[in-house]
Write a protein that binds this ligand. Structure first.
Ligand SMILES: [Zn+2]
Length: 200
């Protein structure tokens, strides 16, 4: 319980950082972190991510059931799924970067990122001479149905560092909030490069 405030403070800073970069406009996005007791801290539904305070972060259990009285993010099921599958993950960030949204409208089921030095930001990648596939799932207001599709993909593709929901946004995760934040920035940069190449 005493790490709740630490993780909440980190998520608040992540919100300010991503908002300043234009990646969580108009209350979009949601963030979460795993606590020492195995429960999760997650942003309350509908709050502005650039202006988060302690009241905007609440606790849920691993199934996504609220421990605190507020209502968690509508996409809680996509967060709990990641923690359940990857025991090392301590933070999930879901921003709506313009780059990911546009990529998802111009690519099909995945985007391949190859030969970028910045790929080395991701754990286990030690050379630019590699390819990473980032899957793109069609958006769905039925989060349970979407989670099923994502889960099937996760079961067959490892390692996985993130995915895009079409015309919607990005999910990525890491051991710490700082790690996940770094992956958001890396994905945004890499997607932006690909978009520029497509237009060139
Ligand atoms: Zn979303």
């Amino acid at each position: 319980m005493n790490d709740f405030k630490d993780r909440a403070d980190e998520l608040i800073v992540a919100g300010k950082t991503l908002y300043a970069q234009g990646m969580v406009p108009a209350t979009s996005g949601n963030f979460s972190a795993r606590l020492n007791d195995g429960t999760l801290a997650i942003t309350v539904s509908g709050r502005h991510k650039g202006q988060l305070s302690g009241d905007d972060i609440m606790r849920i259990d691993v199934q996504g059931k609220p421990i605190d009285p507020q209502r968690p993010s509508a996409e809680t099921g996509l967060h709990t799924q990641i923690y359940a599958r990857y025991p090392d993950v301590g933070c999930v960030l879901h921003p709506h970067p313009r780059s990911a949204t546009v990529v998802s409208r111009r690519w099909g089921d995945f985007i391949r990122l190859s030969d970028y030095e910045l790929l080395k930001v991701f754990p286990g990648i030690i050379s630019h001479a590699t390819s990473m596939y980032v899957p793109i799932f069609d958006n769905d207001q039925d989060i349970g149905r979407l989670a099923k599709q994502v889960g099937a993909y996760m079961g067959e593709n490892s390692p996985l560092f993130g995915y895009i929901i079409r015309s919607h946004g990005l999910y990525t995760w890491g051991k710490t909030v700082a790690d996940a934040l770094r992956y958001v920035e890396a994905f945004d940069y890499l997607f932006s490069c690909e978009l520029q190449l497509k237009e060139a």
